[in-house]
Design a protein. Sequence first.
Length: 293
Amino acid sequence: MEARPGDGARALLRILRDLPGKVRPEEPLAPHTTFRIGGRALALYRPPTEEALVEAVVRARSHGFPWLLLGGGSKLLVPDRGFPGLVLSTAALRAWREEDGTLTVGAGTPLSRVARWGGWKLAGIPGTVGGAVAMNAGTRYGSIGEQILSVRALLPDGRVRTFTPEECRFTYRDSLFRRLRLPVLAVALRPDRGGDLRTLLAERARTQPLDLPSAGCVFRNPPGQSAGWLIDQSGLKGARVGDAVVSERHANFICNLGRARAQDVLELVEFVQDRVVDRFGVWLSLELEVVEA
Ligand code: EPU
């Protein structure tokens, strides 16, 4: 028999009780991340509509609960102790509308679908469109920001606003939405059909460890340099803390060999940063989003 949810989870269930869709108390978050790491949320809610998502954020805020938006969970490290608040999954927000060559999609749409529609440079990137926009996901050929026509996002005061591409302030793996923690709700894009999606997928399969759980590249590339190369040249491939290991195939990946804890990953991250500083005098900053509560 399942244990009864604790006080915090029950309080969240209460404030969300009239919203559509299911709220799951004390939901384990590891299965919702590509790293397969992390403890439980106080509650996980998958709003079926944009309006329900907005309302849930507004209520969590006004009742003083921490909240976290979960897209594809592909660049996320959830602490072992979990998240003491409301996790909102965008998975059900998958509206899809094509008009005059423009695609408008909900934040929870898998990025792979958009890549197939017309985003070859985004081929092979996991996650959702909302998460990809927030962190301006991309490959070395280009980033999603270059295809954006507009982004609808939630402001801190509960209003919804549409942003022009300039207002999104896209930079390398970053945007206004990530910096200000504004939930992305929907995105309009133009296609980019210049290159070959399949070549990129094959390149990725050849150079990256796609067979083990990971969060993709852990560190940002320093300007003009490659984090993977720096880590490799520091002799760190195969370095291991618990079940977290620096990939032998691509040194900027940390893989979960099975039972890695968030703490193992964080220790390995520090170890890599220290060794690369010693060897090259370069401090590697994180691309991985470490959840703090
Ligand atoms: N390299 C090594 N050893 C390694 C890994 C790479 O020597 O273990 C060398 C490669 O030989 C190459 C250079 O480093 O000369 C760059 O490597 P790669 O072509 O794999 O590109 P990257 O800069 O490491 C970036 C993105 C990837 C994206 C690839 C392909 C970042 C931090 N990484 O990797 O994105 O898939 O280009 O376009 O921007 C991600 O963001 O999660 C990610 C994997």
